[in-house]
Design a protein around this ligand. Structure first.
Ligand SMILES: [Ca+2]
Ligand SMILES: [Ca+2]
Length: 138
């Protein structure tokens, strides 16, 4: 918890200087997922449990204890960094299973490789099983 607050204070302190150079602020969470927010109109507030991020495209909140690091970036990351998150919406659920099945049936993987969940360079039923295992927590 203390670490998260320190990271936050450093980020806020360096924010004004960096905001002129970078377009996005990237939050990395302890589960490996990332959240990328546009710097424009960005406002950070926090209480003892959460950091609240308000920006030009909406509002987010992250549990302080799940925040690993923050960094500035010039690219909006499309990859949520979450294994099995084929459609890049930040969650692994049935929609990702459907996305893999669609890739198998069409023979085309439009997910830039994310449909190959088990990383064997093929998109097939084994990847569907891999996502189901992730959903079930195996
Ligand atoms: Ca998903
Ligand atoms: Ca595969």
């Amino acid at each position: 918890m203390k670490k998260a607050i320190i990271i936050l204070l450093i980020a806020v302190a360096s924010f004004n200087a960096s905001a002129e150079i970078y377009s996005y602020l990237k939050f990395t969470k302890t589960d490996g997922t990332t959240l990328t927010c546009p710097v424009e109109g960005l406002k950070l507030t926090y209480d003892s449990n959460n950091v609240y991020i308000s920006h030009s495209e909406g509002e987010e909140e992250i549990l302080l204890s799940s925040l690993l690091s923050m960094s500035f970036s010039n690219e909006k990351s499309q990859d949520t960094g979450l294994r099995g998150d084929v459609n890049s919406d930040g969650e692994v659920n049935i929609a990702d299973v459907n996305a893999v099945i669609a890739a198998i049936l069409s023979g085309q993987d439009s997910s830039e490789g994310r449909a190959d969940v088990n990383c064997d360079r093929e998109v097939n039923i084994a990847d569907v099983n891999a996502i189901i295992d992730i959903i079930l927590g195996n």
